[in-house]
Design a protein around this ligand. Sequence first.
Ligand SMILES: *Cc1c(COP(=O)(O)O)cnc(C)c1O
Length: 382
Amino acid sequence: MVGGKRTGLGDFILLIIVYNKVKMEVSMYPRLEIDKNKIKNNLNVLTTFLNKEGIKMTSVIKGCASMNQVAELYVACGSDSLGSSRMSHLKRIKSFLDIETMLLRIPMLSEIEDVVKYADISLNSEFQTIQALNQACKEQKTSHDIILMMDLGDLREGYFDVDEMIEVAKEVERMNHINLKGIGANLSCYGSIRPTCDNMTQLVEVAEMIESELNRKLDIISGGATSTIPLIFEGCLPSRINHLRIGESVLLGRELGEFYECDLPLETDSFVIKAELVELKEKPSYPIGEMLYDAFGNKPEYIDYGIQKRGILAIGKQDIGSHEKLIPKDDRILVVGSSSDHLIVALDDTDYILGDVIEFELYYQPMLFAVLSSDVYKVFKG
Ligand SMILES: *Cc1c(COP(=O)(O)O)cnc(C)c1O
């Protein structure tokens, strides 16, 4: 049909298939709707903001399983570096995009060959692993950049002992195939420790100690993730921090405004979950009988609100992680609880009927689960 060709039976059948596919996609639930324009907006806002501060950004896309459409969008919008914690993501990205890749999780000894092949930079904290990277580079006749990680108190990855870190930096400098690109730190992950002027200054001090030992400047001092951005607002991020690895605030944009009160024009509903009502009844809100464990072996607290209008949605923990991280768009709705495949909501003062679809905005965890759930349909807009 395209280009004025004759229409035939083949084209007609194709039209029917496309029509049915569109019809099916419109009516299939649960679904995750992803608004590319909103992600694009967030990427532009943050890139402009950070560039003005002289900070380069690696766009982290692990939060949406590094979906091809999102990776493509980032590159089309001018990202020059994509990061993920998983080698499988970077390998897939390298198969169809020409872009610098950064491996965020400390490499496994069992994946070293792939790291050298598909990641341009990796974050590291074990000398033995760096030696293995060097060896793999030699075999593959290539080179690899690393960032040495320092633990500033969050107690996930990184050198805790500064002297050890400096010694490793000196050893790496002597390696033939590994380029020490810089140092970095990660916060707000395990220990919930926030980036501050103090811990960021500590990172810069160690970078400068390494620089004086190596007799050269480091290219990168990587001051963390989304949670470091508030320090820029407060005007106390040391100027030598010149790189951040940003995930959540581009994909969702929720944390900066909500947890840190940073006023950037970010869209917070680029990902929306829609699920269908499969039961609707008046029920007591407090369980009846002898209480033991829920479906996941926990003992939740229940509050007695008396009789409520209750709905069950066909979506569950398998698809969203935790129901507590969903935000109903209709603020009359209360999320009450969930099991693997069911989500229970209170619908007092609403007029929903069976088969209606309820929409939720979300935090990071449901995004992570929903993109990976094969039972959640993904639909891109924009
Ligand atoms: C996930 C991750 C990031 C990105 O964090 P956001 O909070 O999503 O911005 C940065 N660095 C490392 C090491 C990570 O694992």
